[in-house]
Design a binder for this molecule. Structure first.
Ligand SMILES: Nc1ncnc2c1ncn2[C@@H]1O[C@H](COP(=O)(O)OP(=O)(O)OP(=O)(O)O)[C@@H](O)[C@H]1O
Ligand SMILES: C[C@@](O)(CCO)CC(=O)[O-]
Ligand SMILES: [Mg+2]
Length: 387
């Protein structure tokens, strides 16, 4: 049997980092996906290996199931209906299995992904041979939620292979999970994100699981129905960074300056709330689309200033801000910052010529620009019948 799954990446319109400290954030999924295919060998096959193929990265990992079992069987796996945090002690045991794969230094960031894989696989499936193939449209470590899309799509494929999860396995094409299975999936994906991010808020895995545009605070989400066009230019500065280190840096700063940072987080909370109210309010209401866009631009600029205060901007992000400002366009970083991606609001009345000019100038700086569809469906699974 083959189970396929796909989960979207995301953009954060407001509230990254502050959301880790209890503020509201607003995020939307984008139509760029991570895909996972899970295949179990036929019973007749004499196969004892669990294989993880990271196709885009040209990396093949394989572990003997007997060896994994010897390391982890004391945990009583599998326990698919009980999402459980991987303890530091178990992370260390899994790290030994990952180290044995001799990941090249240039790709060493993938070791946290491989650790999350082994935790999710053994916790949900147990000690069974399989081949898991991963591909992704998303740039890794660039702020578009690749880690969450990886954890969500992987969990979707794993849970989809279980008989206890109710899905029509004869359905042709992509299928969505029922509400309670989605909740279980999201909890497991969050446990994977903890291994990659250290202290995630849960925002990224939640928007990848449920899709749409969401308002999120302290683990609770509300879907937002947008009443205005929201066209964003995404610029990838291609400056690599790591969310775990950036999140830890903000926490350290907030320990050094608790009062000042708590005011910063409160200000972000107000920005996210105001931004979601503007997006949701009916048009024409008291504000025209153009007025709403101007308010959003101002809020994005304010949020960017506060992200700078948190210490997560970067000279490459500042270059994007300066370049887009020349065309009177507002931008902010999206995701964890420190490089990665920036968002620029493209107002409805902006001419195609200006979009072309700003894109060309950003690309001349060595950046990569894209416009993604936002707010679609979240994670999906498929048991065959994809063209
Ligand atoms: N397709 C994938 N295959 C394997 N590992 C992945 C994949 N996508 C993400 N990862 C893991 O996630 C890490 C990147 O996660 P990180 O949280 O730093 O960035 P991001 O999720 O892209 O950005 P942000 O968290 O700011 O949205 C990679 O180094 C890798 O360990
Ligand atoms: C930086 C952060 O707020 C968003 C990363 O996309 C981290 C998190 O919420 O887990
Ligand atoms: Mg991430």
């Amino acid at each position: 049997m083959e189970v396929k799954a796909r989960a979207p990446g995301k953009i954060i319109l407001a509230g990254e980092h502050a959301v880790v400290h209890g503020s509201t954030a607003v995020a939307a999924c984008i139509d760029l996906y991570t895909y996972v295919s899970l295949r179990f060998p036929a019973d007749s096959d004499d196969d004892d290996t669990l294989k993880l193929v990271l196709k885009d990265m040209e990396l093949n990992f394989s572990w003997s199931v007997t060896r994994i079992k010897a390391t982890l069987s004391h945990l009583g796996s599998p326990f698919p209906s009980t999402p459980t945090t991987c303890s530091m002690e178990v992370i260390k045991s899994i790290a030994v299995l990952v180290d044995e794969q001799n990941i090249p230094e240039a790709k060493i960031g993938l070791s946290s992904g491989a650790t999350a894989f082994l935790w999710l696989y053994t916790s949900i499936i147990g000690f069974k041979p399989a081949t898991v193939v991963v591909t992704s449209d998303l740039p890794l470590g660039a702020g578009l939620g690749s880690s969450a899309a990886f954890c969500v799509s992987l969990t979707a494929a794993l849970l989809g292979s279980l008989n206890s999860v109710h899905l029509d396995k004869n359905h042709q094409g992509w299928l969505t999970y029922g509400e309670s299975d989605l909740d279980l999936l999201n909890k497991w994906a969050f446990e994977g994100e903890k291994i990659i991010h250290g202290k995630p808020s849960g925002l990224d895995n939640t928007v990848s699981t449920y899709g749409n545009i969401i308002k999120f605070r302290s683990g609770n989400m509300t879907c937002i129905k947008s009443n205005m066009p929201l066209k964003m230019l995404i610029t990838n500065t291609k400056v690599g960074r790591n969310t775990r280190a950036l999140v830890a840096g903000v926490s350290e700063r907030s320990m050094r300056h608790p009062d000042a940072m708590s005011s910063v987080f409160n200000a972000v909370d107000s920005i996210s709330k105001e931004l979601s109210t503007i997006i949701e309010s009916p048009t024409p209401d008291d504000l025209s689309i153009t007025e709403k866009e101007e308010r959003l631009e101002e809020l994005m600029e304010m949020n960017q200033g506060l992200l700078q205060c948190m210490g997560v901007s970067h000279s490459s992000i500042e270059t994007v801000l300066r370049t887009t400002l020349k065309f009177k366009l507002a931008s902010k970083l999206t995701g964890a910052g420190g490089g990665g991606c920036a968002l620029t609001l493209l107002p409805t009345l902006l001419s195609a010529t200006v979009v072309e000019k700003v894109t060309t100038e950003l690309e001349t700086c060595g950046f990569q620009c894209l416009i993604a569809g936002i707010g679609g469906t979240g994670v999906e699974v498929c048991f065959g019948g994809l063209s």
